[in-house]
Write a protein that binds this ligand. Structure first.
Ligand SMILES: [Zn+2]
Length: 236
């Protein structure tokens, strides 16, 4: 059963003109990066969900808590791309586009030249007052720009902030122009990312490789299993 599905997917990859990949946290967990959505923080004895901590409200009103949370739960500067990042990079550099929810930068590290980082990149760090850029090591040691007392932040989309319109348009274009769409490592519940699929061409084939079934599954061919295992059996 699984073997048949893999063969079918393999054939579709081989004959596809343009492939779009949609990925999420499940791809990077294999590089040792936990899904931060499953974690929260405790401050002053009060448990806070990640949605609350990772908001523009916390960034400006409780910058120490914000900094503490991202440093302890989101930054893994020694993480390396795994087989899934590498194979997707290989495929994208041939005839594909990756749209990822991941903010860890591992797809670019894998050499993927067609990446849309839908929610930004943790290592794109800047001062909110003067826009000056900072390295990870500088941000690690302080979240305040000494020169102007501005708060330093990562260039990721926080809860309460909008998606970059250019990225949104590029993503919609890629989806519209693909005849094969492969979703991997995401339960597809975060909007507007999950909405991207509605822009697909009606004739496009859609596959999902995930540990659990997707929330929206009409017209999607599902491979329930470990993405690393599945990708190790696919040729690009
Ligand atoms: Zn500044």
């Amino acid at each position: 059963m699984l073997k048949d599905k893999l063969t079918q997917l393999q054939n579709e990859i081989a004959s596809a003109k343009h492939i779009t990949y949609l990925t999420g946290a499940g791809v990077s967990t294999h590089s040792g990066i936990p899904d931060y959505r499953s974690k929260g923080g405790i401050y002053d004895g009060v448990a806070m969900p990640p949605e609350q901590i990772l908001s523009d409200d916390t960034l400006y009103n409780a910058p120490e808590q914000f900094h503490d949370f991202v440093m302890n739960n989101m930054y893994f500067p020694n993480a390396k791309p795994n087989l899934i990042h590498n194979k997707i990079a290989q495929s994208c550099n041939k005839n594909g586009q990756l749209i990822t929810q991941n903010v860890d930068g591992l797809d670019k590290k894998a050499g993927n030249q067609h990446v849309i980082e839908f929610h930004g990149n943790l290592y794109d760090i800047f001062c909110t007052k003067c826009q000056k850029s900072f390295t990870y090591d500088e941000y690690k040691s302080s979240y305040i720009h000494q020169q102007d007392q501005g708060i330093i932040r990562p260039g990721i989309v926080l809860y309460g902030e909008a998606i970059d319109q250019t990225k949104l348009m590029q993503s919609v274009n890629a989806i519209q122009n693909s005849n094969l769409i492969i979703i991997c490592g995401t339960s597809f519940v975060v909007y507007p990312f999950a909405q991207l699929l509605t822009y697909r061409n009606p004739s496009a084939r859609v596959w999902a490789i995930n540990k659990t079934p997707l929330a929206q599954d009409a017209g999607i061919n599902a491979i329930i299993g470990d993405a690393l295992d599945v990708f190790s059996q696919l040729e690009f």
